[in-house]
Design a protein around this ligand. Structure first.
Ligand SMILES: C[S@@+](CC[C@H](N)C(=O)[O-])C[C@H]1O[C@@H](n2cnc3c(N)ncnc32)[C@H](O)[C@@H]1O
Length: 315
């Protein structure tokens, strides 16, 4: 039986094989702020890697200050019998809050992980709101009533390591998402494609000014198509940012503006209205000429995004 929370659009429910999870109680449109939650406990970031005796004492003191209800909630997180009952549970609370702390949010920490894959990918993302000092969870896709809300615990594709190994070593669980439970051959194909993608984007910037920029833009479009097929929707923003830079280096205001509008719209959905990335993208969309290296490589008409990229961006 799902348990209601103080956030009206969601409930906590049992998810087969994953313990508890968060489900939508109603249709949640893309871009919605689903949860905004102040951590009950915050700890310095260095405590998240190696917790020493002093760190453990601080954690225990913080846990003792929880209300009986919150303490019970904390204890309901999964912990293997071989693990320390506090440290084993704390590993569920590692999202970083800003650069300097990690914390325990009682509801957001119930959100399970899914890898990016052609079968399924995250429908939500979390972000730390520095001003409000709250962790926020945004819907990055439309989420249907009854659907599980899932984020990725491994967001950075450019330091790609096959997610199951990373999850095992960092969080100590075997991932049961739709991507990881695909046949091995399908997973291997995806891994090869992502590795090839990483190799190409790693050298993208060093090609600027040395190769035909139209060819580079075509390569960027091809890479965007690959990541869309593999479910890594946020990569669209990263590559659109590269394309924006290239067009701005050649002083093509129209194309630069179209590319940075993609970044702006992705950041708004992924990071909410307060993000610095969003503000920068909004500023550059209004005046691409403010790019710090505007026209450094000359003056040339390039190309904006083709329609399939716009289509992928708004899925
Ligand atoms: C942050 S907690 C999420 C809430 C947790 N399911 C619970 O019952 O409280 C992370 C833990 O949830 C489980 N989990 C999350 N995503 C999973 C997945 N894709 N496959 C299997 N277990 C998962 C693992 O036990 C993991 O250590």
């Amino acid at each position: 039986m799902p348990i209601d929370t103080k956030f009206p659009r969601i409930a906590i429910a049992d998810i087969p094989g994953k313990g508890k999870g968060v489900i939508a109680k109603e249709l949640i449109p893309r871009g919605t702020l689903i949860i905004s939650e102040r951590p009950r406990i915050t700890l310095p970031a260095n405590a998240s890697g190696m917790i020493d005796r002093q760190g453990l004492c601080e954690i225990v003191a913080s846990l003792c200050a929880l209300s009986a209800e919150d303490a019970e909630f904390f204890m309901s997180f999964p912990c293997a019998s071989s693990e320390n009952p506090i440290l084993g549970r704390l590993k569920h609370f590692t999202p970083c809050f800003g650069d300097d702390a990690f914390g325990l949010c009682l509801t957001i920490c119930r959100v399970n992980h899914t890898c990016y894959s052609p079968k399924a990918s995250p429908n939500a993302s979390y972000v730390w709101n520095k001003r409000a000092k709250e962790e926020e969870l945004y819907a990055i896709r439309e989420i249907h009533e009854g659907q599980e809300i899932e984020v990725s615990y491994t967001s950075d594709i450019t330091i790609y390591e096959p997610p199951p190994a990373y999850l095992r070593s960092k969080f100590g669980f075997e991932c049961l998402c739709k991507g990881c439970t695909r046949p091995a051959v399908e997973r291997r194909i995806s891994e090869q494609r992502i590795l090839a993608y990483n190799a190409i984007v790693l050298h993208l910037h060093s090609r600027f000014g040395h190769e035909n920029p139209l060819q580079i833009l075509r390569d960027i479009e091809r890479q965007i198509l690959i990541v869309c097929e593999e479910g890594y929707t946020f990569e669209i923003a990263r590559r659109a940012d590269d394309a924006f830079e290239l067009c701005a280096l050649y002083g093509d205001a129209t194309s630069a503006q179209q590319w940075v509008e993609i970044c702006r719209d992705c950041y708004a959905v992924y990071f909410g209205p307060n993000s610095e990335l969003l503000k920068t993208a909004q500023r550059l969309a209004a005046r691409p000429q403010d790019f710090r290296e505007w026209k450094r490589l000359g003056s040339r008409v390039l190309a904006g995004p083709v329609s399939f990229i716009l289509f992928c961006t708004f899925q």
